[in-house]
Design a protein around this ligand. Sequence first.
Ligand code: OGA
Ligand code: NI
Length: 386
Amino acid sequence: MSKRNRSNQNQNKKMNKNKKDVKIKTEKGSMMDEWPEPIVRVQSLAERNLSTLPERYIKPASQRPTMTDDAPVATNIPVIDLEGLFSEDGSSGDVIMAKISDACREWGFFQVVNHGVRPELMDAARENWREFFHLPVNAKETYSNSPRTYEGYGSRLGVEKGAILDWSDYYYLHHLPPHLKDFNKWPSSPPTIREVIDEYGKEVVQLCERIMRVLSSNLGLKEDKFQEAFGGKNIGACLRVNYYPKCPRPELALGLSSHSDPGGMTILLPDDQVFGLQVRKDNTWITVKPHPHAFIVNIGDQIQILSNSTYKSVEHRVIVNSERERVSLAFFYNPKSDIPIQPLQELVSTHNPPLYPPMTFDQYRLFIRTQGPRGKSHVESHVSPR
Ligand code: OGA
Ligand code: NI
């Protein structure tokens, strides 16, 4: 048997073991059908104008945001203008591609402007969702989600009983593949929302396809290599809209705990008025200052895995405040959910062995779906044993 076959066989063994682990977890918790305890909408807590924070939302001291005014002069994540990226003469293209390459390796995060998605569509998408979240809580309960698919209106991530929760509600829906896109699971109010999300999703998918080509080319691969590894036309795309109400004690809580995104790549439309996203860089938390009509792009765990860790999925979290609510749209571009994802053959060698065993995205995302956001522990625990 050739070395490569043997190593493939080992990897398959490992994959089956992982499969078994995950199965045990889901069986132990056929709890995946429902939440471990009654769901409390953060919106309803915020509407009570509490002067203290319910205990369930108080983070341990080590995780609380540092809210000092004497923070070091703010750096921002790289801002990259995509105008000219695909120009006919290719003149400015190389410079832009080099910036994206550096950003993916060093930051795992960057902002893009002139990205091709219409600014008025971005505003319409955010404002339709804001209206949706302003509906009374009971008007939204019909869309209430379960941990089995997470689709719909939700208020927690993870099914661990007694977990300390994040100060946010969200809505999660599928855009692709087409058979998972179900308008009945999308909100119907405000009346324009379905049409706007649909259009928004289509434009953002096009942007994702363009960025995927750049990510491939920048590693010396043919430009559709990443897309192919993701399953070609059968990729997944879903949207999570986050609603962070005002918080009475923002220094004790987080809107979203530290995590890396489990999927391929995320295109985030932040609130244009309210800061909140923080990205981890060399052990400090950098608060992102969004450019007008920019998207924030970040590498997810699946691209870190495919690139054998040349590209980094980076930890990030969201802080809240007592003055203003915040709405953000995170669009996740993911591999087809049932094909094994592993470092690309072209990027590994005996000197540079694959760091991760193959695993499907369906299996992989059970980490975050059961345990909730936990920094980079999911991708770190997924490494091949040495
Ligand atoms: C996410 C996320 C950041 C934000 O939804 O995965 O990181 O600013 N959101 O809401
Ligand atoms: Ni995220």
